[in-house]
Design a protein around this ligand. Structure first.
Ligand SMILES: Nc1ncnc2c1ncn2[C@@H]1O[C@H](COP(=O)(O)OP(=O)(O)OP(=O)(O)O)[C@@H](O)[C@H]1O
Length: 823
């Protein structure tokens, strides 16, 4: 505010600008303005002030003054303001200035003077009228000014109005334009609204779908969570199963190791036992000799003792004798003494006598002779005495040595007895240990069987192995590598096979894939455990499936005459016989029965029938004369019986080999364009195994079915006609029945079409759940067989995805008086 006043020229308090006058008018006629003025002009917006007019009241000081003073001002052409305040006479020239108070005072003025002084009153009135006139004039001037101002304002208004009209026109144009825009916008809005509605709908739809998606997502999440939980559970189960399998395998390995160590220990024990038996025998021999010696010694001892007693007796006697002799000797000595005394006396006497003799020599010569005789007698007695004491001494020595010997004999007898007791104890201990080892061995064997079967169960009871045969010179052009490859990734190594057809790769995974390089032994190693299961009381079924010429017969039978090319059948039988023999030490006794048949055109043929080998059976059947009617029956134990089928007891691999040869000769081999040696029938080899453990009274009944299926082939490809066409149709029918059975079992369908073909009905117990089944899918690398190979692999992959029951072991404990029964 101050800054505004600073730039303004100073004004006299008595004067106001023309604009101020206008302001006064405004103040009079616009009470609102008064109020505004009262509140302060600066509070009026600037544009409003401009609209009101040119009057400018600035600052609170000037506002105050304007309120108090009414000034009549003349607007001079140069714009200067003159004061009209003054007398009425000077109204033409002198500006007169009215203030509010003055006007009010003028209007409120009352006549002065005496009531009836009309002259004075007239003068007063004249003066008053003059002043009123002045005032009116002032007002008129003000009015004029106002008119001018009004005109100005009107012109300004007009110009403003014109401007307004122009503006209005422009505005109208603008409005039209805007209307147009608005209509456009409305259309746009409409379309936008439509779009919005549509989008809203879409949005609603989207929200709905979003909601649904959310729900689905939530459900999915829940499902995912449950699946994850399940997956986790399955993973845990898997890891647990893997751990279990690993631990089983580990246990199995350990059991095997333990078994081996037990066997070693057993053999060691047996050796030890043998050595101990030998040493025992030796000891017993020694014992016998010692006992003999002892008895000899005892006899000797007895003899010695007898001798001793007799010696003692003789000694006593001798002592007595000695005493007697001593007495005698003493007597003799006494006598000798006496004799000596006598002699002395005699000597004296002799001397006396000698003297006397001498004196009386001639008269007495007789006493000397007597003396000599006595002397001789004395000497002889002394000799006897000394020899007897020598004898006594010798006898005493002999007695001492005999006593010594007796003592040593007693000592050695007691040591021998202790040794004998010790040996007896060792033998007992060894026998106990042997019994323990045998028990552990049989327990280990039981555990091994259990673990082995658990491992097989974990692997699944229907497994599929794939085998690719090498390229043969007769095969079409191309290399195997170009069509068949084997993935090398860790998870598919040894289990995967990729087939290329028309640039497309078809990957397959099986339990095991054998490339063309795999030998017969490599293949057998993988199935040997399964074969072992048959000995443990399981039903085992191994069959080879594949197109004609893909190597089924080579895999199953091979070339039995060469050891390297022997197939699974001879190798399995060798293993069975070897293992059954090795189990004999554990008390197992096995009985085997073999039968071989073929199914040709849905007819069973006994390959071991003697009439058949003579050609009778076959020729009769082929000529329409009914041959033997082989009917298939299953008993409650799941054993299969084919009526009239030749079943041969076999005890050695040699017997089986000759039977296999017989069967091979009998097998019907047709000739097709596909393979000159093509088998047109299904070959079924069955070995029934019955085992009984004499020590544990355990019984097992296993079955081993080894099947070489007839070649699968499409009719178009085989080019067969007539009989061969019939054969091919029968083969395909039975193979598709086999597939139907496997898939029905896998789907756990109520009805499994076992009876649709002879093959499936025959194999019912082996396919029906409690057996262990292995399928070989044989593949030919021949490029022209690619389609067939793909069909075979697809079928095998479907079979591999199947899960059929849990294999059951057929084992019982033998009733006391039962005998082995054969199914
Ligand atoms: N792994 C292999 N190694 C060497 N030769 C093989 C192998 N597999 C098959 N063969 C040979 O391929 C030929 C056809 O094999 P095989 O007779 O076994 O076929 P197949 O499938 O039994 O035919 P079919 O269904 O007509 O009986 C034979 O000459 C056989 O010796």
């Amino acid at each position: 505010m101050a800054s505004r006043n600073q730039n303004r020229p100073p004004r006299s308090p008595s004067t106001v600008s023309p604009n101020s006058l206008y302001s006064i008018g405004i103040i009079i006629f616009f009470p609102q303005w008064r109020r505004l003025k009262k509140d302060g002009i600066d509070e009026v917006p600037l544009d409003k002030r401009r609209r009101i007019g040119a009057g400018r009241m600035v600052g609170p000081a000037s506002t105050g003054r304007a309120r108090q003073a009414f000034a009549v001002v003349n607007n001079k052409p140069d714009g200067t303001v003159t004061n009209d305040m003054g007398s009425a006479e000077g109204s033409d020239c002198a500006p007169v200035e009215f203030t509010k108070e003055k006007v009010e005072a003028l209007l409120n003025e009352k006549s002065k003077g005496k009531k009836f002084d009309h002259k004075a009153k007239l003068e007063q009135m004249t003066e008053y009228i003059k002043r009123l006139k002045l005032c009116i004039k002032w007002f008129q001037q003000v009015e004029e000014n106002q008119v001018i101002e009004k005109e100005k304002l009107q012109s300004a208004m007009e110009s403003v109005e014109k401007k307004c009209t122009d503006t209005e026109v422009a505005m109208r144009d603008k409005v039209e334009e805007l209307n147009l825009i608005i209509s456009n916008l409305k259309t746009t809005i409409f379309s936008l609204e439509e779009r919005v509605t549509k989008e809203e709908l879409d949005k609603l739809d989207a929200i709905e779908s979003h909601r649904k998606e959310n729900e689905a997502r939530v459900a999915g999440e829940k499902l995912q969570a449950s699946l994850s939980a399940e997956l986790e559970k399955v993973r845990q189960e898997k890891s647990a199963a893997e751990q279990k399998a690993a631990s089983f395998e580990d246990m199995y390995k350990r059991a095997q190791e333990y078994n081996v160590s037990l066997q070693q220990y057993n053999s060691k024990l047996q050796k030890d036992n043998e050595t101990h038996s030998e040493s025992l025998k030796r000891v017993e021999m020694e014992k016998l000799t010692i006992v003999e010696n002892l008895s000899n010694l005892r006899c000797h001892n007895k003899a010695l003792q007898d001798q001793l007693t007799s010696l003692k007796a003789s000694q006593d006697e001798l002592i007595k004798q000695k005493e007697l002799l001593s007495n005698e000797l003493r007597c003799l000595r006494g006598e000798l003494q006496q004799v000596r005394d006598d002699r002395d006396r005699q000597v004296t006497h002799v001397q006396d006598l000698t003297a006397e003799v001498l004196k009386f020599k001639e008269s007495t010569g007789k006493s000397c002779v007597e003396l000599d005789n006595l002397t001789i007698k004395t000497n002889a007695l002394e000799e006897i005495c000394s020899s007897q004491s020598e004898q006594i001494q010798i006898l005493q020595q002999q007695l001492a040595s005999a006593n010594e010997k007796l003592k040593t004999a007693d000592l050695s007898a007691s040591t021998t007895r202790t040794e004998f007791e010790e040996q007896k104890r060792i033998v007992c201990e060894l026998q106990d240990r042997l019994a323990d080892a045998e028990f552990q061995l049989s327990e280990g064997e039981k555990l091994r069987k259990k673990l082995h079967n658990t491992i097989l169960e974990l692997k699944g009871n229907i497994r599929v192995f794939c085998r690719v045969r090498p390229l043969l010179p007769d095969d079409g052009v191309g290399t195997e590598a170009a069509l068949i490859s084997y993935p090398t990734s860790t998870e598919a190594l040894g289990r995967g096979i990729d087939l290329m057809q028309s640039g497309q790769k078809f990957p397959f995974t099986f339990d095991k894939v054998f490339s063309h390089e795999a030998s017969q032994q490599d293949v057998f190693v993988e199935i040997s455990q399964l074969v072992q299961s048959a000995l443990d009381g399981y039903k085992v079924c191994i069959f080879a499936y594949g197109q004609t010429g893909s190597g089924k017969t080579y895999t199953m039978m091979g070339k039995p005459e060469t050891s390297e090319q022997k197939g699974l059948i001879p190798r399995s039988l060798e293993q069975i016989f070897q293992t059954s023999q090795s189990l004999e030490v554990q008390g197992w006794k096995y009985k085997m029965q073999a039968s071989m048949l073929e199914i040709y055109n849905e007819t069973i043929r006994d390959l071991l029938s003697t009439s058949r080998s003579n050609g009778l059976d076959m020729s009769r059947a082929e000529n329409g004369v009914p041959g033997k009617q082989y009917t298939i029956k299953h008993d409650a134990n799941g054993n299969t019986h084919v009526s009239d089928l030749t079943v041969v007891d076999v005890c050695s691999i040699k017997e089986i080999s000759s039977l296999l040869q017989q069967a091979a000769q009998s097998r019907s081999v047709g000739r097709t364009q596909m393979n000159e040696q093509s088998s047109r029938s299904h070959f079924v080899f069955t070995l029934r195994i019955s085992g009984v453990n004499e020590s544990t009274e355990q019984q097992v009944q296993g079955v081993l079915n080894l099947i070489d299926l007839a070649g699968s082939e499409r009719l178009s490809r085989s080019g067969a006609t007539g009989d061969r066409l019939k054969e091919t149709q029968a083969i395909n029918k039975s193979l598709s029945s086999l597939a139907d059975v496997i898939f029905a079992l896998a789907k756990k369908e109520d009805h499994v079409p076992f009876r649709n073909s002879k093959l499936t009905y025959l194999l019912q117990p082996c396919l029906g759940g409690d057996s262990k089944t292995l399928m070989f899918v044989n593949i030919s690398p021949d490029p022209s067989s690619l389609g067939e190979s793909l069909c075979s692999l697809r079928f095998a992959a479907r079979v591999n995805a199947c899960e059929i029951g849990i294999p059951r072991r057929q084992t019982t404990v033998r009733p006391t008086d039962s005998r082995l029964s054969y199914g």
